[in-house]
Design a protein around this ligand. Structure first.
Ligand SMILES: Cc1cc2nc3c(=O)[nH]c(=O)nc-3n(C[C@H](O)[C@H](O)[C@H](O)COP(=O)(O)OP(=O)(O)OC[C@H]3O[C@@H](n4cnc5c(N)ncnc54)[C@H](O)[C@@H]3O)c2cc1C
Length: 384
């Protein structure tokens, strides 16, 4: 294969370009925005994702910028009592072979971009929105052998892949803000990723070394504001959101009332469907399978997709066979991750007797058992 066009310079698109370059294949990345904006928030990068970043030679630079939390903790949102925890810092490298980290999405994208700009096999075009395949042909200067739709949850390229999925509002919204560490209440632990769980809602808080701040995301049911990554949080929404947490611990209610400059995101998924036409088009990342963030794996799956795609399409198999093989294998893994996310949602948002049973079961489990349950997810080494 000689020419690859990649639509979108998000995490999926940038990692794909680096992965193809590692295989000696030239690519053109087409990004619709004129400058890559600092959108998004903090993200957790689990060992299956940091492994790929290590293989691409990006992890060394990121290590100075991300934080490796000691534990992931589950805590009651009503009482702040601990329910269970998984050691991450001590376990991730030894058990899963790579670190577990938290970082701002903008920092990850900036570092990936620096590597992309330094790579002679990659051409990056900003302000290059592609609505049709003719746009791609014109910008690339010919029809590429392979076109990769890495253009996110509202992908336009999906229209060119017959029987692909559809974006669907999940009925949930994420309310996000960043609070400087110096202003943070003492119950927020800078050494851990903490999920505060409660009936029909949960809050995740973790430190961002690169921002000197905590990333706080509250997830609950809500209305759909349309296609956006970060809508402004108007007073009505703020009121609706705080009402959902009115029975939570006083310290959490105080934190939400204080929330500086919150933004909110509607949570969209992409339904099951085809990712490839079996010839020369493929979808990866959120364009293929946007999912709710309950397993914190959306970007991780995008990173794995990008790396594996470069591996399978640059081997000996015909391109069409390679694309179908990729679709089959990756759909299997992504579907397992989606199920894990659905399970987490059930467990985090439980109420009444289910909540009591959950707490009992989780408190009885040994840390070793909890870690072993995650081997298939965090210990996965994407083949490149
Ligand atoms: C609240 C929340 C918390 C999350 N937390 C985590 C987490 O902790 N860990 C994790 O792994 N994941 C997390 N995720 C998911 C993660 O952020 C996404 O899965 C990931 O960013 C998707 O990357 P992508 O490159 O596929 O898409 P995007 O990041 O959306 O990038 C798509 C790019 O394509 C460009 N584009 C769009 N249309 C066109 C076009 N027509 N032509 C050219 N360019 C175009 C866009 O401008 C953009 O730059 C979270 C998501 C949410 C909502």
């Amino acid at each position: 294969m000689e020419s690859v066009a990649i639509l979108g310079a998000g995490v999926a698109g940038l990692v794909a370009a680096l992965a193809f370059a590692k295989k000696g294949v030239r690519s053109v990345v087409l990004e619709r925005t004129a400058a890559l904006q600092e959108v998004g928030a903090g993200m957790q990068l689990s060992p299956n994702a940091t492994y790929v970043l290590g293989q691409l030679g990006v992890a060394d630079q990121l290590e100075g910028l991300w934080r490796e939390p000691d534990n992931i903790c589950l805590v009651s949102g009503q009482t702040l009592a601990p329910i269970t925890s998984i050691a991450t810092k001590s376990v991730a490298r030894s058990r899963w072979g790579s670190p577990y980290a938290s970082i701002h999405r903008a920092t990850l994208q900036k570092v990936l971009l620096e590597h992309v700009k330094a790579e002679p096999l990659i051409s990056l075009h900003l302000d290059a929105e592609c609505k049709t395949e003719d746009d791609v042909t014109e910008l690339v200067g010919g029809r590429p052998d392979l076109t990769i739709g890495a253009d996110g949850v509202w992908s336009k390229f999906r229209n060119f892949v017959p029987q692909s999925g559809e974006p669907e509002f999940t009925g949930m919204v994420a309310w996000r803000f960043i609070i400087p560490e110096k202003d943070a209440p003492s119950f927020l632990n800078p050494r851990n990723i903490t999920a505060y769980v409660g009936s029909q809602a949960h809050i995740v808080a973790y430190p961002l070394k690169d921002a000197g701040a905590f990333n706080v995301v509250a997830l609950s049911t809500g209305n759909n504001p349309g296609e956006t990554w970060a809508a402004d949080c108007n007073p009505t929404f703020r009121q609706e959101m705080t009402a959902q947490f009115s029975t939570w611990h006083r310290d959490i209610r105080t934190l939400l009332a204080y929330a500086p400059r919150p933004t909110w995101w509607p949570l969209f998924g992409v339904s099951n469907g085809r990712w490839t036409d079996g010839k020369s088009r493929i979808l990866i990342g959120d364009a293929a399978h946007a999912m709710t963030p309950f397993a914190a794996q959306g970007a991780a799956m995008a990173i794995e997709d990008a790396y594996e795609l470069a591996g399978v399409t640059t081997g000996n198999a015909a391109l069409s066979d390679a694309l179908l093989f990729f679709e089959r294998n990756r759909q299997h893994r992504v579907s397992r991750v989606r199920s894990r996310g659905a399970f987490n949602k059930f467990a985090y948002h439980a109420r009444g007797p289910v909540r009591i049973a959950r707490d009992l079961v989780l408190r009885m489990r040994r840390p070793e058992q909890v870690a072993a349950d995650l081997d298939w997810l965090y210990g996965y080494k994407a083949p490149g």
